[in-house]
Design a protein around this ligand. Structure first.
Ligand code: SAH
Ligand code: SF4
Length: 408
């Protein structure tokens, strides 16, 4: 979501002649987009702002803007701590980001016609809903992003159409809880069905899905609609019912497993990825083992594991954070190792087989493509004319999470 919002902001500013560059020392303005989900993300932002202070000493006129969730959570406190910061724009104010940045730089007006990225990138993200109403006990998102709001389906559809007209082949719909999308009589299934009708669109993905809202209708749509990719990110968080309840996730492990089995039975090549938190308050060795067993049993195609980090305002921050850091680290590495092993096995079982890929980019003479299941494939000795095309590759090598192949 942050990548998507940074891209949108960048394209809005570019219509006013601003150019995005990668070398901070050449920039006239630095915009730092922040995340608040874990304390570590905020610490990274702080240490970056520390480095930026040095840049401002060399280049006093450079403007520093902090946007996003951390900006929302801390507001002017960011400015108090880092005097070099010129502007702090909280995540809830996202619609006005560009205007305020333009004001800071003395630009006078902003056109309403700039909300679509005009570049012709092959894969584009689009936010279909903002905020979240779920209040998972550990999560700061509902506090920094506000309540869940689904965006106008017609607006979303029109933006998708423009993107496709400009050359986009794959669209990823984004929301904290995409499958609970509802705008008047349009639900997520009808929105997706409609977008899939756009001529020229080849692939559609969406994330993140909350297990409590994953309907049979949506699973059936993935089966019947060819453009929907066979990949679903379905955060499990824990394999222990006790912990899931404490987390306020509103499903049991049995329900989660039923969804996974249902998906695997109906879509044989579905790729399922997940998020797991270890060391949530009160997580015993047995609870942790339930998560470990779930990971071994389900064999996710990909998994992100996080050490629980208490976040201000959340329900869990009032609970006793009783799992010591060392123990959290131990549990984290057990899950990570198990998941890496499974991932490596899955990836190496793909060697020798042929998959359809969409080429997204070309870097250092290597074509970067992606399978329908979302895995990146690198193709050497070819040319960039393949970008934007769908074709078959045979996988001839695998390394941890990367695949290498030849066009067949
Ligand atoms: N809306 C998405 C999640 C957004 S946050 C969803 O419901 O899946 C992304 C991931 O960060 C979460 O799935 C969770 O695993 C992790 N996370 C969120 N808050 C956390 C915290 N306080 N400590 C550790 N991990 C956390
Ligand atoms: Fe956070 Fe839960 Fe909402 Fe995801 S669904 S953003 S984890 S509160």
């Amino acid at each position: 979501m942050n990548v998507c919002e940074s891209e949108t902001l960048s394209s809005m500013l570019s219509t006013y002649g601003m150019v995005q560059i990668n070398n901070t020392l050449d920039a006239d303005i630095i915009i730092l987009n922040t995340c608040s989900v874990r304390a570590q993300a905020e610490q990274k932002a702080f240490s970056y702002l520390g480095r930026v202070e040095e840049i401002k000493k060399q280049k006093p006129n450079i403007k520093i803007v902090v946007i996003g969730c951390m900006a929302e959570r801390l507001g002017t406190k960011v400015k108090k701590r880092f005097k070099t910061v010129d502007l702090v724009l909280g995540a809830k104010d996202i619609d006005n980001f560009a205007l305020k940045i333009l004001n800071l730089c003395n630009f006078e007006k902003i056109s309403s016609d700039i909300l679509i990225n005009r570049s012709s990138e092959i894969v584009r993200y689009i936010t279909i809903m903002k905020g979240c109403n779920n209040f998972c006990a550990y999560c700061v998102v509902p506090f920094v992003r506000g309540k869940e709001i689904s965006l106008d389906n017609k607006g979303i559809f029109d933006k998708c159409k423009v993107m496709v007209k400009n050359g986009t082949k794959e669209i990823m719909l984004l929301g904290q809880n995409v499958n609970s999308y509802k705008y008047n009589s349009t639900n997520f299934v009808s929105l997706v069905k409609n977008i899939c009708k756009i001529d020229g669109l080849e692939r559609l993905r969406f994330m993140t899905n909350h297990p409590k809202d994953l309907s049979d209708d949506l699973i059936d749509l993935i089966v019947s609609e060819k453009k929907i990719c066979h990949h679903i990110h379905l955060p499990m968080q824990s394999g222990s019912n006790k912990v899931l309840k404490e987390m306020n996730r509103k499903y049991t492990y049995e329900h989660y497993l039923e969804l996974v089995n249902n998906l695997k039975n109906k879509i044989h090549d579905i790729s399922i990825t997940t998020d797991v938190i270890v060391g949530f308050p009160g997580e015993t060795e047995k609870d942790f083992n339930d998560t470990f067993k779930a990971v071994e049993n389900i064999r996710f195609d990909g998994l992100y594991v996080f050490r629980y980090s208490p976040r201000p305002s959340t329900k869990a921050s009032t609970m006793f954070d009783d799992v010591p850091l060392e123990e959290k680290k131990r549990r984290h590495s057990i899950i990570l190792n198990a998941s890496n092993k499974i991932s490596t096995e899955i990836v190496s079982s793909m060697v020798g087989k042929t998959f359809e890929v969409l080429a997204e980019g070309f870097n250092f003479n290597v074509l970067e493509a992606r399978t329908n299941s979302g895995r990146k494939v690198f193709i050497k000795d070819t040319d960039k004319d393949y970008i934007g095309k769908i074709f078959k590759v045979q996988i001839n090598e695998s390394k941890v999470n990367s695949l290498f192949g030849n066009i067949v």
